[in-house]
Write a protein that binds this ligand. Structure first.
Ligand code: FES
Length: 580
C-alpha cells in the first residue's frame, strides 16, 4: 500500500505543550525538568511515550521495566525524547474474575493517557495475553504513530527430560492426577519446571498468538513475536523499536495507515498457519472495530478455512516458542503464506516496508518445527465458525486442537448451569455421562461470568478419563486458554446470560456438531425452543456499581469482539483545551 511520509521537520503535537515561551509552555517544561532533562530535549524533537504494562502482579510482564530502558536507548539514539508511563496491566494468571473483564478498562486507560499527554508517538510494551489487544485497541482509538514490542516468551520448560509447555501441561497433568496416572507430589515438582525464566507463556497460547498477530498485522518489527524474553536479541529488538518509533513520528505513519483490511486478512491467515489461540478472534474483531475495519466472524471462517497449520507448537503440536525462534520464527510463516498466495504482499508495516519485503529472504532452519505444507499438522487449520439454532450468531472451534473423530458427532447433552455447577458435579461418579455425551456449560460469556472465563475446555469426568479417553465435545459461551486443546466449541452467541439458545438446553437434549458443514444444531422443534425461551429469565444480577456495572451494561457479544458499545471506533488525538 502506498504511503507518503510527511515532510520533516514540522511542528508536532507535543509542541503545543513544550514549544513556545508562554506561561503554560514554561509550566509544562519546568515540571518535566525536575527529572533532570536538559533544555535541548524540548527543541521540537518527537516525544515518544513508552506505554508499559510492567507489573509484578503480571509475572509475564515483570521484566518490561528493564526492557523499557533499551527502548529509551533507541529513542534517544534516533533523536527523540522518551517518556515512560504505566497503564493497567492485565495479568492472566492472577486477575479475578478474569483478565478479560479488564481488557477494555486497560484500553480506556491507554486511550486517555495517550490523548491527554504530550506524546507524538508511542511504543506499546506488551506480553501477557490481554495486554497486547488492550494497548492496540487504545492506540487505535487515538491513532498516533504506535509500534508494539513484546516481552517475549519464557524459555522451554523441562521436566524429567520432557518439554513442559505453559498451561498445556498444567491441564494435561491435572487430568493425569485425576486419572491416577500422576502423583500430586510429581505435579507439585513440575510446578517450578514450567516457568523457568522471565517471559510470557512458551506455548502458542494467547500471548504468543497475540504477539504473532501484532507482527502479522504489521504493528511490530519483523521477528518480534518469537524472541525469548531472556535472549539478548530481545533487548536489541526493544532498542530497534525505540529507534523506529521516532522515524514513524517524523513520517506520521499511524495505525490507520497500517491496519487496513488487508492487514487483518494477513493476520487471520497467519493465525491459521500457527495454530493460534481462539482468543485472537475476539481481540482482532475488537481492534478492527477501533480502527474502523468492518471485520466479521464469517471473515475468520472464510479466510482461515484453507490455511494449513504448519507451526508444530503446543498445544496443537510438540515444540515451544524457543524452538520456533531458532527455526526462524514468524517471518518464515509469513513468507510461506506469501508463496502460497495467501498473503497481501503489499500490506504496509510499521517498518515502512511491505509484509513481503520484510520476509522474502528469510530461511526455515528447522522443518520439523515449521513444517512444509505436505507435512502440515492440519490441512484446514483456521478457526472454524459454526452456526445453527444453538448459536445463531456463531461459535468457534479450533480444528488443529480438536479430535478428528469428533468433528461430526451427535450426542446427548449433559448440562452445567454455570461453572460452580460443573465443579460440583463433574467428580460425581453417579453423573449420567459417558464419552459419547456432549458437555454443555452456560453463563460463562462476557456478561455471564463476568468477563468470559477461560473455562470452555472443561476437564472430563474422572470415570471417562480412567477409560483412557482424553477428549469429548464441550460447548459453551466461555473462552478457552490458548494453551488448551480438545474438541471445544466456544464463544456461543448470543450468550446464555442474555437469553441465547444455550440458556435453554436441558439434560438429555440431543445436539449435533458438524464442523465440515459448519453446523451446530439443537435437535428440538422450533416451538419447543420458543416455549423454553419464553419461560427463561436471566440468573445474572446487575452489579451494584463500579467498573463491574459499567462492564455489564456496555459489553458487546463475543461475535463482535466484546468491546464496550461506547468505545467502538476512533476518537482521535485532539484535546479540547489546556486547563491552566
Ligand atoms: Fe501471562 Fe500466559 S499467563 S502469558
Amino acid at each position: 500500500m502506498a504511503f507518503t511520509p510527511k515532510p520533516w521537520p514540522r511542528k508536532l503535537r507535543s509542541h503545543e505543550w513544550y514549544g513556545g515561551d508562554s506561561r503554560d509552555n514554561i509550566y509544562h517544561r519546568s515540571w518535566m525538568k525536575n527529572q533532570g532533562l536538559p533544555a535541548d530535549l524540548f527543541d521540537g524533537r518527537p516525544v515518544i511515550g513508552i506505554c508499559n504494562t510492567w507489573s509484578e502482579l503480571t509475572p509475564c510482564n515483570a521484566h518490561l521495566r528493564d526492557l523499557a530502558e533499551r527502548v529509551k536507548h533507541g529513542i534517544y539514539e534516533a533523536g527523540g525524547l522518551p517518556v515512560e508511563f504505566p497503564v493497567f496491566s492485565n495479568g492472566e494468571s492472577s486477575l479475578r474474575p478474569t483478565a478479560m473483564m479488564y481488557r477494555n478498562l486497560a484500553a480506556m486507560d491507554v486511550e486517555e493517557a495517550l490523548r491527554a499527554n504530550p506524546v507524538d508517538g508511542v511504543v506499546l510494551m506488551v506480553g501477557c495475553d490481554k495486554t497486547t489487544p488492550a494497548l492496540l485497541m487504545g492506540a487505535c482509538s487515538v491513532d498516533i504513530p504506535a509500534i508494539v514490542v513484546s516481552g517475549g516468551p519464557m524459555l522451554n520448560g523441562w521436566f524429567r527430560g520432557e518439554r513442559v509447555g505453559s498451561g498445556t501441561h498444567l491441564w494435561k497433568m491435572s487430568e493425569a492426577v485425576k486419572a491416577g496416572e500422576m502423583t500430586r507430589a510429581d505435579f507439585l515438582e513440575a510446578e517450578a519446571a514450567m516457568s523457568r525464566s522471565p517471559g510470557s507463556c512458551n506455548t502458542m497460547g494467547t500471548a504468543s498468538t497475540m504477539a504473532s498477530m501484532a507482527e502479522a498485522l504489521g504493528m511490530a518489527l519483523s521477528g518480534n513475536a518469537a524472541i525469548p524474553a531472556v535472549d539478548s536479541r530481545r533487548r536489541m529488538m526493544a532498542q530497534l523499536t525505540g529507534r523506529r518509533a521516532v522515524q514513524m513520528v517524523k513520517d506520521d505513519l499511524k495505525p490507520s495507515d497500517v491496519l487496513t483490511r488487508d492487514a487483518f486478512e494477513n493476520a487471520i491467515r497467519t493465525n491459521g498457519a500457527i495454530g493460534g489461540s481462539t482468543n485472537a478472534v475476539i481481540h482482532l474483531l475488537a481492534i478492527a472495530g477501533r480502527i474502523g475495519v468492518d471485520l466479521t466472524l464469517d471473515d475468520w471462517d472464510r479466510l482461515g478455512r484453507d490455511v494449513p497449520t504448519i507451526v508444530n507448537l503446543m498445544p496443537s503440536g510438540e515444540y515451544l516458542m524457543e524452538e520456533f525462534f531458532y527455526a526462524g520464527g514468524l517471518p518464515v510463516v509469513i513468507k510461506r503464506l506469501g508463496e502460497a498466495g495467501m498473503l497481501h504482499r503489499d500490506a504496509l508495516t510499521v517498518s515502512g516496508e511491505t509484509a513481503w519485503e520484510q520476509v522474502k529472504d528469510v530461511k526455515n532452519w528447522n522443518e520439523d518445527v515449521i513444517r512444509p505444507v505436505e507435512r502440515a499438522l492440519t490441512a484446514q487449520g483456521g478457526i472454524a465458525v459454526v452456526k445453527g439454532n444453538l448459536a445463531p450468531n456463531g461459535a468457534v472451534l479450533k480444528p488443529s486442537a480438536a479430535s478428528p473423530h469428533l468433528m461430526r458427532h451427535r450426542g446427548r447433552a449433559v448440562v452445567f448451569e454455570d461453572i460452580d455447577d460443573y465443579k460440583a458435579k463433574i467428580g460425581d461418579e453417579t453423573l449420567d455421562i459417558d464419552e459419547t455425551c456432549i458437555m454443555v456449560l452456560k453463563n460463562c460469556g462476557p456478561k455471564g461470568y463476568p468477563g468470559m472465563a477461560e473455562v470452555g475446555n472443561m476437564g472430563l469426568p474422572p470415570k471417562v478419563l480412567r477409560k483412557g479417553i482424553t477428549d469429548m465435545i464441550r460447548i459453551s459461551d466461555a473462552r478457552m486458554s490458548g494453551t488448551a486443546y480438545g474438541t471445544v466449541v466456544l464463544h456461543a452467541t448470543p450468550e446464555a446470560a442474555q437469553g441465547g439458545p444455550l440458556a435453554i438446553v436441558q439434560n438429555g437434549d440431543m445436539i449435533e456438531l458438524d464442523v465440515p458443514n459448519r453446523r451446530l444444531h439443537l435437535d428440538l422443534p422450533d416451538a419447543e425452543i420458543e416455549q423454553r425461551l419464553a419461560a427463561w429469565s436471566s440468573p445474572i444480577e446487575t452489579p451494584k456499581g463500579g467498573y463491574a456495572r459499567l462492564f455489564h451494561e456496555h459489553v458487546q457479544g463475543a461475535d463482535t469482539g466484546a468491546d464496550f458499545d461506547f468505545l467502538i471506533g476512533g476518537r482521535g488525538k485532539e484535546v479540547p483545551r489546556d486547563s491552566h
